[in-house]
Design a protein around this ligand. Structure first.
Ligand SMILES: Nc1ncnc2c1ncn2[C@@H]1O[C@H](COP(=O)(O)OP(=O)(O)OP(=O)(O)O)[C@@H](O)[C@H]1O
Length: 250
């Protein structure tokens, strides 16, 4: 069976300091998968390594049983908001239309149909009225919605999203999770770096608990428990005292 993503034994180091150690996991199709772990656990590095943005020291990565290059059109990425240059002089509609380039081809002009698709995606995230607005003049949550619209316009089969819920209000968070569930219903696979342990069970079918290495990976109901959380977060789990519901579910 061909999986959307297969990661085998990847090890990554920055300036010879190991950040990810022999990470292996295989992602099933049509699931929402949360990547969970403390600050500095290597979550962003993992996504960037998978996408070829950070070099790996060893290991192999396959997309739909093939290489990233061959499957690039099927792979979508929503980066962490803080890493995007929002001063880039472009408006919301152009950002979303860029999501279509895999279909249009670089150097070619988008067709009317691509613009219509981009507008429909802006509509879907409630941002159509901001289509002509410079992205630098949007709020953080609105920028996040525009990036999600771009991912939608791309119509990929495998998505990576780095902390899409950070800094957004409750309405935007709800809009994003609705959208992720819609993608899932269409058979898409979505990996999401996520911080809020309270919502993990509600949002994700599978979880990857990461702290430099894979602590646990599998169906949320099977691996998201206090024991594994303690292994992942170590002494930083004091906050669980404030969340007795989670602690009780051991
Ligand atoms: N470009 C870089 N050069 C050197 N070290 C880096 C670089 N990027 C990240 N690191 C280090 O690698 C480790 C993992 O960082 P990473 O950003 O992947 O963690 P994370 O789990 O995504 O953290 P957070 O939850 O805080 O976003 C950290 O110790 C970080 O300081």
């Amino acid at each position: 069976m061909v999986h959307p993503l297969s990661v085998e034994n990847i090890t990554v180091a920055y300036h010879k300091k190991p950040v990810l150690h022999e990470v292996s996991f295989t992602v099933p199709e049509g699931k929402l998968i949360g990547i969970i772990g403390p600050n500095g656990a290597g979550k962003s590095t993992l996504i960037k390594t998978i996408l070829g943005l950070v070099p790996k020291a060893s290991g192999t990565i396959e997309f739909f049983g093939s290489t990233y290059k061959k499957q690039i059109k099927r792979i979508g990425y929503v980066p962490q908001r803080g890493t995007v240059d929002w001063d880039f002089p472009t408006n919301a509609l152009d950002v979303v239309t860029m999501g279509r380039y895999g279909h249009i081809g670089w150097m070619k002009r988008p067709k009317k149909e691509d613009i219509e698709i981009a507008k429909a995606c802006l509509q879907k995230v409630g941002m159509l009225e901001y289509a002509d607005r410079q992205i630098s003049q949007l709020s953080g949550g609105q920028q996040q919605r525009v990036f999600l619209a771009r991912a939608l316009a791309q119509d990929a089969d495998l998505y990576f999203m780095d902390e899409p819920f950070v800094g957004v209000d409750a309405a935007t968070e709800k809009a994003i999770i609705t959208l992720l569930n819609e993608l899932k219903e269409r058979g898409k696979t979505v990996l999401v770096v996520h911080h809020d342990l309270q919502t993990v069970k509600e949002y994700f079918d599978w979880v990857l608990l990461l702290n430099m290495r894979v602590i646990a990976y599998g169906k949320t109901e099977e691996v998201f428990n206090l024991d594994n959380l303690q292994k992942t977060y170590g002494g930083k789990l004091a906050f669980l005292k404030e969340r007795p519901a989670l602690a009780r579910e051991k």
